[in-house]
Design a binder for this molecule. Structure first.
Ligand SMILES: CC(=O)SCCNC(=O)CCNC(=O)[C@H](O)C(C)(C)COP(=O)(O)OP(=O)(O)OC[C@H]1O[C@@H](n2cnc3c(N)ncnc32)[C@H](O)[C@@H]1OP(=O)(O)O
Length: 393
């Protein structure tokens, strides 16, 4: 019999700090704000939390990408966790959540707090180079050795290649890509925590500066300071809490394929399709059963590639599906990135998407609420890949 650890777990609380460009609060203060809000949202006390995890763990490289460790957070929260995940690299930014699920299913914890903090806006004030792939170093290694020597100093240079290849293979155009940015911004206007809330038209998009052809300013996510936290609880422990549990219906993960591997030389795919295959193999639900979708958007092109990898649309069809924005709007057939995504709400490394899934499933979306949303698919990552389906019964 197949065991599905995720089906024994649920999200029971969520919190998000203020989001700044930059914030006047330190990364640790922002983390405490988000975590305390999530704990209170679940109807728990800090002493109830017995596990803690973050992505990717504290980084000594600076750049504000991983400014707070689980032990620092545990200290300011006054919690005494029995299960701690100090470094969670691997299959995407969802790695600490999937690890928390495993720990809970094994009986090592009942309520795990998972947080993601970023201080990239503060870091950029100190050094414009801080968010380049080289950081402040003059040597690179690992995966960056495949790109940096060819002058691809920022992820945008890599993903611009993907966008160009997609345009050429599937006959897509910039108006279709612009539909992602315009849709996200329309939704962000109803999200008080989004960093960009000024109206954005397709003409504004087309008039914006090209950063790395064909990607423009509004195709890029934006560096921020902030923190998001969720509480992952055992289903058993979730039953008597404040919020209806948001069950993990299924999870999927994969890694590889960006630099070398299956799709080497094919810039129209991500290896995210393996995460999609795993996701759908663990549920009876189908893509058409999704009430909304929070799809990773480090750059707008990620959305097309993720939609196809998850089977939400056939390969090569995402560009036409999103065109004009009607089908992906809040009242469309697949409401997409309902909180503004990273393009308009800020670069939370996918944790904004997870937070927005909880907003929708708990009916907290106000002007951006999808009526009676009960299922939400969330995807995360552009180098390693994670996906999940959350549902409210
Ligand atoms: C797997 C992955 O996730 S890969 C994705 C990785 N993501 C990235 O690498 C981040 C990509 N984004 C960037 O590098 C930067 O945002 C850039 C290059 C697009 C823009 O940076 P800069 O040219 O330095 O612009 P700068 O940050 O000075 O901003 C100037 C103004 O432009 C506007 N602006 C900047 N970035 C954005 C954006 N992404 N969206 C909308 N408006 C923006 C804002 O009005 C900003 O003013 P503000 O600071 O008051 O908000």
């Amino acid at each position: 019999m197949t065991l599905y650890p995720e089906k024994q777990c649920a999200i029971t609380g969520a919190g998000q700090s203020e989001v700044g460009r930059p914030s006047s609060r330190s990364a640790l203060q922002l983390t405490a704000d988000a975590c305390l809000e999530a704990i209170a949202d679940a109807g728990l006390k800090p002493s109830d939390i017995d596990g803690i995890a973050t992505y990717p763990g504290k980084s000594s490289e600076g750049g504000g990408i991983a400014p707070v460790s689980p032990s620092e957070a545990a200290t300011v929260l006054g919690i005494d966790p029995k299960w701690i995940l100090a470094s969670a690299e691997g299959f995407s930014h969802m790695a600490p959540i999937f690890n928390a699920i495993t720990a809970i299913a094994c009986g090592l914890a009942r309520h795990v707090i998972v947080f993601r903090s970023v201080a990239q806006a503060q870091a950029r004030l100190k050094s414009r180079a801080s968010t380049l792939m080289t950081g402040s170093r003059n040597r690179v290694d690992g995966n960056n050795a495949w790109t940096v020597p060819f002058n691809a100093l920022s992820p945008i240079n890599t993903f611009a290649l993907y966008a160009q290849a997609y345009f050429e293979k599937y006959g897509a155009n910039e108006q279709q890509l612009g539909a992602i940015a315009v849709n996200n911004r329309a939704n962000a206007m109803h999200n008080p925590n989004a960093v960009y809330r000024k109206p954005l038209s397709l003409d504004d998009y087309l008039a914006s500066r090209v950063i790395s052809s064909p990607l423009r300013l509004f195709d890029c996510d934006s560096h921020i300071d902030g923190s998001t936290a969720i509480i992952v609880s055992s289903l058993d422990a979730a039953k008597d809490l404040k919020n209806p549990p948001l069950r993990f219906e299924s999870i999927g993960m994969s890694i590889g394929g960006l630099w070398v591997g299956k799709f080497e030389g094919d810039f129209t795919h991500l290896a995210a399709d393996k995460a999609g295959e795993m996701l759908w193999s663990r549920t009876d639900l189908k893509p058409a059963d999704m009430d909304c979708a929070q799809i990773y958007d480090g750059f707008s092109i990620h959305v097309w590639m993720w939609m196809e990898a998850l089977g939400l649309v056939p390969q090569g069809e995402a560009c036409r599906f999103v065109e004009g924005g009607r089908r992906i709007a809040i009242d469309g057939e697949l409401p997409l990135n309902t909180g503004g995504g990273q393009l308009s709400a800020g670069r939370f490394h996918g944790y904004g998407h997870i937070h927005e899934a909880t907003v929708q499933l708990w009916g907290r979306g106000g002007g951006r609420q999808v009526p009676d949303a009960r299922t939400c698919i969330v995807s995360n990552g552009g180098y390693g890949y994670g996906a999940m389906i959350l549902r409210r019964d």
